[in-house]
Ligand binder design. Sequence first.
Ligand code: SF4
Length: 416
Amino acid sequence: MNAQDCDRADDDPEGDPSRAFLDTPLAPPRPVPSPTSAPDARQRIEVFRHTHFPDVGDDQWGDWQWQLQHRYRDLKGLSRILTLSDDELTTIQRIGGRLPVGITPYYASLMDPDDPSDPLRMTMVPVEAELVQGPGEADDPLGEDGHMVVPGLVHRYPDRVLFLVTNFCATYCRYCTRARLVGHTGEYHFNKAQYEKAIEYIAAHPEVRDVLLSGGDPLTMGDDRLEWLLERLRAIPHVEFLRIGTKVPLVLPQRVTEKLTSMLKRFHPLWMSVHVMHPNELTPEVAQACDRLSSAGIPLGSQTVLVRGVNDDVETMRRMVHGLLKIRVRPYYLYQCDPISGSAHLRTPIEKGLELVAGLRGFTTGYGVPQFVVDAPGGGGKIALQPTSVVGRDGDDVLLRNYEGNVFRYRDPVGA
Ligand code: SF4
């Protein structure tokens, strides 16, 4: 339906044949589709709850504040729920000033307690390799601090800014680009005076039409604070578009309450990038959280960091993107893991990302193929990479390779 069709329906003249359609009672609410992956997720969660929280009812378990208060943050907590490997155990003891550990009970329940190579566990539990700085690695590999125009506000691209609104996350990912920033200083939330400076900057720069709220994780903030920020940004006439980057719907889906989505939908156009790493994350709880967001009119796109041993094979990627499409999340970016300090064991060769994209394109729905990007070290911005499909030219024909590897001619006369 185009915009003109919408106008006609709104006029709704008496006797219009569409009237009968408009008077038809609405269909009952559609059930939230279950994601394709993690068929045993429900069972895993139940076993975990029964073992570790036998007296905790659904109200508490489903309360996002309760989940945050009961995060596993140290050796004592983690060794209660996981059979730690020697590597994990000694690293957690030594972690010191590095990126902290934090795992919600909900997210911990999705991990295999006995397998250190469980993909979700690998993204959250530190190992010794994290403590070793390799060549080419840096604490701020993207040079964000150099583009920080006021504290917390990064202005790197011409028409948009990155607004870091908190350093608090529900969980701490071992490959985090902002490991230098998140989780430190006692998980201090950025204050209003600092926000005001950023808002002043945005208001004084009419070229800024797009503001991305990130951090840390903006959805860990309380409704009131987030609403205040969105209201202030929405009041700036030249800000056309707001975005939130978050992992919360995956690791703390309880946070996506109806109260939150009712508030968020007042600030459209508001888009959201959800940080998804593996199909095992796509549980019924996550499906419901994403359904609430989508039903509030928030377009959802996924961002995935390519991590060795976690999601670096075509089958895992295919299960993930299929699961995402079923819950109305468009696979958007697949990121090459940034060379943060201590990330060599997590990073894959660039060719791996190209191989994954080649393994998806043509073999599945185009909407399910994310764009593979490298965020250029030093502040060069995102550079999109894709497997080459132009083989060359033969006279007036361009030779193109399709997804099966077959070469076809496309007539494209030189100088036409
Ligand atoms: S949720 Fe995002 S900001 Fe927080 S630790 Fe993970 S990658 Fe970093």
